[in-house]
Design a protein around this ligand. Structure first.
Ligand code: AHR
Length: 502
């Protein structure tokens, strides 16, 4: 049996946690909106047409902020099409996903839905086919209190009070050739800066995120961030990052090495931002918004991304997640936590049906995919400040990320609740690991609640018929001393260790 150790000290803090780290994403794509969160004919639908079963699962999942309306969809979107009387809204061709968009669901429905889901909205402005003028008008419609044409229009649509949306994305993946009206870094940097400027004149309380690279593997990664930041460093609050993790060789240990790849991506983006800040002698640190991340490799063919005939709400990229995907998502959450000093928001992409933790059948059931569970546990338990977790562990060699520890962990201290919470992934494939946790500088530990996600079948999935095949189980193999915990970690397991102190 291998041995591992995690050492934390109450005074060694990485950062206060920004809970917007546990966000998600709703795009007008496939069945995320239609037959996902919105299905007026569904037996559980409310008077708005929102599926009650999905709302319940979203509240249980606990996303703290939700990005909308895209994604690639954003770059062709006219926000005006989605507000006002539904019978007057146009159907449009959506060039991002070769679908027909009926616009039965739009901004006001989304805001209303967010309130019911107990989450915060994050909106995007279209910098593909449109620009600063529409962006400032959209913001005026949403956030201006009243007395102008657009804010009064909102009131006539039934929303007298402003929506006060704080977080705004300046376009989406503008570096990608697949994007409607892709831009060069120079073109995008200029337009993003001017858009942010006029938006902040309309409402100085907002925060804006400039687009970084669509993935770490874009040929322009680094150079894109550098040039965009040269234009936007002073006006933007965040640089956005996107990345989806794959398992091309069906090799779980290589797959889970993507946790280090995610960490490198964050640190590389930070390095570029800090280089521009140094060059411009600019003191404020640029923060990151990792506003699209997930596992996505099974439903990646062209047929998964588009269906012929311009359908409405076709089945697109409906990835079915298995146990190893849940381990990867749990590991990615640990990485986000360990970078909490610079990553202040992140969105698991997406929320329902489309590469999502929640799956539905039209007119039928809704259930939790495997990746639902680590996300829910982190969102529920990570509050307060993230501590430096020093890890001593056996290692293994990978092609993906060289030599890495078997154990990945983060520690979050909730001083208000007198709790210290560890999220720990064991990447060893055989044999349990004997883990010791040294918690220094804390009052004596009094109890521990532990859960684990693991199992003998890495390919196990949750389905409508068997929706609980993969779920957390209570974990009782531990001993407590006043400042130490000993426990056994199963091979290929993701663990929550939540300890309370006196
Ligand atoms: O989440 C699916 C798509 O992936 C998004 O629309 C796009 O931003 C990314 O490429």
């Amino acid at each position: 049996m291998s041995k591992a150790r995690i050492i934390v000290d109450a005074d060694f803090i990485i950062s206060e946690l920004d809970r917007r780290l546990f966000g998600s994403f709703v795009e007008h794509m496939g069945r995320c909106v239609y037959t996902g969160i919105f299905e007026p004919d569904h037996p559980t639908a409310d008077t708005h047409g929102f599926r009650g079963d999905v709302l319940e699962l979203v509240r249980e999942l606990g996303p703290t902020i939700i990005r909308y309306p895209g994604g690639n969809f954003l770059s062709g979107y006219n926000w005006e099409d989605g507000v006002g009387p539904v019978e007057e809204r146009p159907s449009r061709l959506d060039l991002a996903w070769l679908s027909t968009e009926p616009n039965a669901f739009g901004t006001n429905e989304f805001i209303e839905w967010c309130r019911l889901a107990q989450t915060e909205p994050m909106l995007g402005v279209n910098l593909g086919t449109r620009g600063p003028d529409e962006a400032r008008k959209y913001l005026e419609y949403c956030n201006h209190p009243g007395g102008t044409r657009l804010s009064d229009l909102r009131a006539t649509h039934g929303y007298k009070e402003p929506h006060t949306v704080k977080f705004w994305c300046l376009g989406n993946e503008m570096d990608g050739p697949w994007q409607i009206c892709q831009k060069t870094a120079g073109e995008y940097g200029r337009i993003a800066k001017e858009t942010a400027k006029v938006m902040k004149w309309v409402d100085p309380s907002i925060e804006v995120a400039a687009c970084g690279s669509s993935t770490r593997f874009m040929p322009t990664f680094g150079a894109w961030e550098y040039e965009v930041m040269e234009h936007t460093l002073e006006i933007a609050d965040f640089l956005s990052l996107h990345m989806y993790y794959e398992n091309p060789e069906k090799d779980v240990q290589e797959f889970l090495a993507n946790i280090e790849v995610m960490d490198s991506f964050i640190k590389e983006a930070v390095a570029v931002c800090d280089a521009i800040a140094a060059k411009q002698r600019f003191a404020r640190k640029m923060m990151l918004s990792f506003d699209e991340w997930n596992v996505w490799y099974k439903a990646r063919t062209l047929a998964d991304r588009a269906k012929p005939g311009w359908p409405t709400a076709p089945r697109l990229i409906e990835e079915v997640y298995d146990l190893q995907d849940a381990l990867m998502v749990g590991g990615a959450l640990i990485t986000l936590l360990n970078n909490a000093d610079r990553v202040k928001a992140a969105c698991l992409a997406q929320l329902v049906n489309v590469i999502a933790p929640i799956f539905t059948e039209p007119g039928g059931a809704a259930w939790r995919q495997t990746i639902f569970h680590p996300f829910k546990l982190v969102s529920q338990h990570a509050r307060g400040s993230v501590l430096q977790a020093r890890i001593q562990s056996t290692q293994y060699h990978t092609k993906t990320a060289a030599t890495i520890d078997h154990i990945v962990a983060s520690a979050v201290h909730d001083a208000a609740q007198r709790k210290l919470v560890f999220f720990v992934l064991n990447r060893e494939t055989s044999g349990a690991a004997e883990l010791t946790i040294d918690a220094r500088g804390f009052p004596p530990i009094k109890s521990l609640k532990a859960l684990e996600i693991s199992g003998s079948d890495l390919l196990a999935t949750n389905t409508a018929a068997k929706s609980d095949a993969v779920q957390p189980r209570e974990h009782r193999e531990f001993t407590l001393r006043p400042d130490t915990i000993h426990t056994l970690l199963n091979p290929l397991s993701w663990n929550l260790l939540c300890l309370s102190y006196e």
